[in-house]
Design a protein. Structure first.
Length: 667
């Protein structure tokens, strides 16, 4: 189902207000007045989520550090509306699916610039560590910042990763932080970061990390005849990450320059089928990118933001079980990306902002596959957005124009493509109480077929159409401040249509598959989140978060064999609970995650049924006073406390109970 919406005009609302009248009070100048200190606290994440017209979930700072997480993928487990595809263990590939729309419909942005993968459209979030992360945010629909790039409007949902930037106290020249983690699966995880102040307006940051683990763990296996305890093998990983950045701010100019390097080798343990527990496949990944952004403020009303990026991604897949004419199957892939973005932001009135963004992106891919097409794709995106922001009313509308041009060395290239995608978002306060807000949005967008969809040898189909999505969302948020305690509740009701869904069907044999536009999916859901944070006594601070998601996502393909049935790996019920408590130098954290029953295939039959699973995780942190300036922070984590045996993906068993010990010190 796909509706057409043409924006003819936008009605802008004016807000009239009477200027306040101030009366001066006479004071006896001979009597001194002592002003008591007033401490003001402001939770930026809570404020943004409360006033945003699009649902937003975010975790940052100390809360992000306290999660029992190694990677960004682990942290996203605590957000509602997400299905995390985890293939098991520390080295297992991890992708995310938001509101059952598919991984390719979620854009992942690293410091404001998208992480791309034109090969298969998926980003392995297990590659991005939390050691250098300041904030992780999920936006349903789109982010509402007016200085964002055109690419930010081009996804159905977006994940924003914000890395740490140097912050110095008065007289401070440098900051050095060292960390070390060890624990189950042979984990060895040292990290080191350095902030250095080059001048009053320029600073630099260096962050590096090594992860090494054999990845072996026990799991229970049943083939219907007998039960046994088996060992997960070939799940090892060795990875190295290096990030170097420069940050500058001077009067009206702000700029950032970042270099990112990631290199890994890992085993691919494979599915446990037919009593087979060992697989020999290996995967190598190497990612390098250089990105920069620059913003100049021309007076009070106009700003120009420029972003650019060059990325090179290399991967190698080795399968000794498949023998070709030249030896073992040994495929290599390499992608290059060139990206440039210009954003013009103009404040027409204090309450009215206009943004015009233009992005150009060029992708190239090479591989050592037989008769590979060597595709090239150029994309031109233009976004026009306007924002009306009053105290009690916020409206944002945008129109995205996307043009795609492709060429190939062999075969026939896909047709050139042009599409317009509108969105409309509203947040308003319907009552006198400022604690209650209503939000709603409508958005249409699409995702282009990947290079694998179009050009993979014996599989690709150059006549594929894009996969379209249409979303409507209605929700509210309410928060109440009761002195030392803050309550917050938010809930969203949504409906999503996916049309021209790209699916793979077998051809004359199981080796030759073909891609088609066949599927249609309809999703209805409710997401609810309750948060309570505050202070008990004088030294105890706490935060408790409870979230629940109901989601019915069914196949509505006309004439389809699974019509009306829940799509694979989508639970109807899921949720979680997390509690964080701080007392002086101690910190305690507990989290519970629940995922309901699912099916591994389109047919909702007994053989495809997957049981519900849940995990309990605990962690304790203590800051040990030292003779030096800062304390030594020590942490103990216990994951999957009850040692539950479960699988996120069928035949890919997850680890049972595991432990981690961490040490951190800042100089």
């Amino acid at each position: 189902m796909r509706n057409c919406l043409n924006f003819i005009c936008i009605l802008f609302f004016g807000l009239a207000c009477c200027p306040p009248v101030l009366f001066a009070q006479e004071r006896d100048t001979l009597v001194p007045i002592e002003l008591k200190e007033v401490l003001l606290s402001h939770d930026k994440n809570r404020h943004e989520a409360h006033h945003s017209p699009a649902p937003v979930q975010s975790v940052s700072g100390e809360k992000l550090k306290k999660l029992n997480s190694l990677s960004v993928a682990d942290a996203l487990r605590y957000f509602s509306g997400i299905q995390l595809k985890d293939y098991g263990g520390i080295g297992g590939i991890k992708t995310v699916n938001v509101r059952s729309m598919g991984s390719q419909h979620t854009g992942v942005f690293y410091d404001g610039i998208q992480l791309g993968n034109t090969q298969n459209g998926q980003v392995d979030l297990g590659k991005f560590s939390l050691e250098n992360m300041e904030q992780v945010s999920l936006y349903q629909g789109q982010r509402t910042d007016m200085d964002q790039s055109a690419k930010s409007y081009a996804s159905a949902n977006t994940i924003y990763l914000k890395t740490k930037t140097p912050k110095f106290t008065k007289g401070q020249k440098y900051q050095l932080a060292a960390g070390f983690r060890t624990g189950s699966f042979g984990l060895v995880n040292p990290s080191l970061s350095l902030n250095y102040k080059l001048s009053e307006s320029v600073s630099t940051r260096l962050s590096t990390e090594l992860v090494n683990a054999h990845g072996k763990y026990k799991f229970q296996y049943s083939n219907g005849v007998y039960d046994t305890i088996a060992h997960r093998n070939n799940a090892d990983i060795t990875s190295y990450r290096l990030e170097a950045s420069l940050h500058g701010q001077h009067q009206k100019d702000t700029w950032n320059l970042k270099y990112y390097h990631y290199d890994s080798e890992r085993g691919l343990p494979g599915a446990i089928v037919a009593n087979r527990f060992k697989r020999p496949q290996r995967l190598w990944d190497r990612t390098n990118f250089l990105q920069a952004d620059y913003k100049h403020q021309f007076g009070r009303n106009y700003a120009l933001t420029i972003r650019g990026k060059y990325a090179d991604n290399y991967s190698r897949y080795l399968d000794p079980e498949i023998v070709t004419t030249t030896g073992f199957l040994d495929n290599t892939y390499e992608q290059q990306e060139y990206y440039l973005s210009l954003v013009n932001t103009y404040n027409i009135k204090p309450f009215w902002t206009l943004s015009v963004a233009t992005d150009f992106q060029h992708n190239v891919m090479q591989a050592n596959l037989y008769r590979f097409a060597y595709p090239k794709r150029s994309s031109l995106l233009n976004a026009l957005a306007t924002n009306l922001n009053f105290e009690k009313f916020n409206l944002q509308a945008s129109l995205l124009s996307t043009s795609v041009f492709e060429s190939v060395k062999y075969y026939e290239a896909a047709d050139d493509f042009q599409e317009y995608s509108p969105s409309l978002l509203i947040n308003f306060q319907p009552f006198v109480s400022p604690g209650f807000r209503v939000r709603a949005f409508y958005k249409t967008i699409f995702r282009m077929p990947t290079f694998n969809d179009l050009y993979y040898t014996f599989v690709g189909n150059t006549f594929l159409d894009p996969e379209y999505s249409e979303q409507i969302n209605l929700g509210f948020s309410w928060q109440k401040n009761l002195g030392t305690t803050v309550f917050n509740i938010s809930s969203d009701l949504y409906k999503i249509w996916i049309t021209d869904k790209i699916v793979a069907v077998p051809g004359t044999n199981l080796f030759r598959w073909t891609m088609f536009n066949l599927g249609e999916v309809e999703t209805k859901g409710i997401e609810t989140k309750l948060t309570n944070s505050g202070k008990l006594e004088s030294n105890i601070n706490y935060t408790a978060v409870l979230n629940y998601t109901f989601q019915e996502s069914v196949d509505v393909t006309p004439g389809g064999s699974s019509y009306g049935q829940q799509i694979p790996y989508t639970p109807k019920h899921s949720g979680g609970l997390s509690v964080m408590v701080d007392y002086k130098e101690f910190g305690f954290n507990y989290s519970f995650i629940y995922t309901g029953e699912r099916y591994s295939q389109k047919a909702n039959i007994a053989s495809n049924y997957l049981q519900p699973w849940y995990t309990h995780d605990l962690s304790i942190h203590y800051a040990i006073p030292m003779l030096l300036k800062n304390p030594l922070k020590i942490g103990l984590e216990v994951n999957n406390l009850l040692d539950q045996q479960y699988a996120v993906i069928k035949n890919f068993p997850m680890p049972g109970r595991s432990f981690r010990l961490s040490l951190n010190y800042e100089f």
